[in-house]
Design a protein around this ligand. Structure first.
Ligand SMILES: Cc1ncc(COP(=O)(O)O)c(C=O)c1O
Length: 397
């Protein structure tokens, strides 16, 4: 939180927003939940109504790629939780990122992103965008000097994540916003790992917040989605671009997102507490070399995290004393933790990044991007903390 650390007075509590925020009343059929409007198109009474719609005299739905009432509730609920003017939902987190960047960039522009950004975001910025004449600079996460030095006259966007994958590095959001304001850049924070329960980037002066809703927001490992949140004019511009690119959220996915969001605060608070206990156990374990969790005082970004976060999230990474094979045997020995990519759901997950996202690289190439063979990443779910700790102890044993 910036300023005096208090949210604006008009804001209700987070759990109240999670349940009631963005919901419209009365609802179709007097249902207590928002129904799924499983329709691809919307009918007009007559030509006069169609003309009123096109002349913006009447606000209503037209076609599924331009909006759906269920999806709009999901968007408004996310906006209420993040304290944003407006929100827009997508088919996936990557659809949100790529559509937002396509909407605000043009040939000749330059983007700065931090080196810990999700690898597909990096791939999009330094690979795909370069085909359209947009340049990208990747700077070290957390380096204030590198960030300022990378700014060019044609820089338009500064994009970062916080906390980052898999080391839970935390960027100073006030600093990112200040650099953005000084150089008139659009600042974007991918806040997927934090959720609005743990941090509110917009309160720090960040322009756009982005989430892979596939993770904590939906929270049940059963749906793909993405959202962006910010001021209305920029969300409108991205919506126009989405109408062309087409990566819209399906109404059924929107329903699952709405349902997941209602328990977001209670889930994340439990996950925060569990993850801290797991991290503390690992830090004291004789078979563990290092633990990367911003909630631990030993983490290099613990102080920044304490300043700007209410909790430290539920991704815990640690290094096993051993090589690739002995690390894999710890992963394989876990029983409650299941081997899968992704994070943020109710089921706890375990993965060895060297063999999951970085499989195609050699050990040397992995080390260049900071991924050790003995690294394990956990996503702490909602099982009993003691059971998770027992499982990890037996797997390490
Ligand atoms: C931080 C972060 N941002 C964005 C994405 C992309 O989201 P999705 O998988 O929903 O497209 C991911 C996926 O793992 C992620 O971890």
């Amino acid at each position: 939180m910036s300023g005096d650390g208090n949210p604006p007075k008009s804001r209700r509590g987070l759990s109240t927003e999670a349940i009631h925020g963005g919901e419209t009343r009365p609802r179709a059929g007097n249902a207590i939940t928002t129904p799924i409007f499983q329709t691809s198109t919307f009918v007009f009474d007559d030509t006069a109504e169609l003309i009123a719609h096109h002349s913006h005299e009447l606000k209503r739905e037209e076609y599924g790629r331009y909006g759906n009432p269920t999806t709009q509730v999901a968007e408004a609920k996310c906006a209420a939780l993040e304290g944003a003017e407006a929100g827009l939902a997508f088919a996936s987190g990557m659809a949100a990122i790529t559509t937002a960047l396509f909407a605000v960039l043009q040939q000749g522009h330059h983007v700065i992103l931090t080196d810990d950004c999700y690898r597909r975001t990096r791939q999009f910025c330094s690979g795909l965008l370069s085909k359209f004449g947009v340049e990208a600079s990747i700077v070290e996460t957390g380096s204030i000097e590198a960030l300022e030095a990378a700014v060019r006259p044609n820089t338009r966007v500064l994009i970062s994540e916080s906390p980052t994958n898999p080391y839970n590095r935390v960027v100073d959001l006030d600093h990112i916003a200040a650099v953005g304001k000084k150089h008139r850049l659009l600042t974007i924070i991918d806040s997927t790992f934090a959720t609005p329960v743990n941090q509110k980037p917009l309160d720090h002066g960040i322009d756009l917040v982005l989430h892979s809703a596939t993770k904590y927001l939906a929270g049940h490992n059963d749906v793909m989605g993405g959202v962006i949140l910010g001021k209305e004019p920029i969300i409108d511009a991205v919506r126009d671009c989405q109408g062309v690119l087409g990566g819209v959220m399906d109404p059924h996915a929107a329903y699952l997102l709405i349902r997941g969001l209602k328990t977001l605060p209670i889930r994340v608070e439990h996950q925060n507490a569990s993850a801290l206990k797991v991290a503390e156990m690992l830090a004291a374990h004789p078979r563990v070399d290092a633990v990367h969790y911003a909630g631990l005082e030993t983490h290099p970004h613990h102080e920044i995290a304490r300043r700007q976060m209410r909790g430290f999230g539920a991704v815990v990474s640690f290094e096993v004393k051993g090589d690739m094979e002995s690390t894999s045997s710890v992963v394989d020995a876990s029983e409650l933790f299941q081997i899968a990519p992704s994070l943020g759901g109710v089921e706890s997950l375990i993965e060895q990044p060297a063999l999951m996202s970085f499989f195609e690289l050699t050990t040397e190439e992995r080390l260049e991007v900071g991924i050790k063979n003995n690294l394990i990443r956990l996503s702490i779910g909602l099982e009993d903390t003691d059971d998770l700790i027992s499982d990890l102890k037996q797997a390490l044993g």
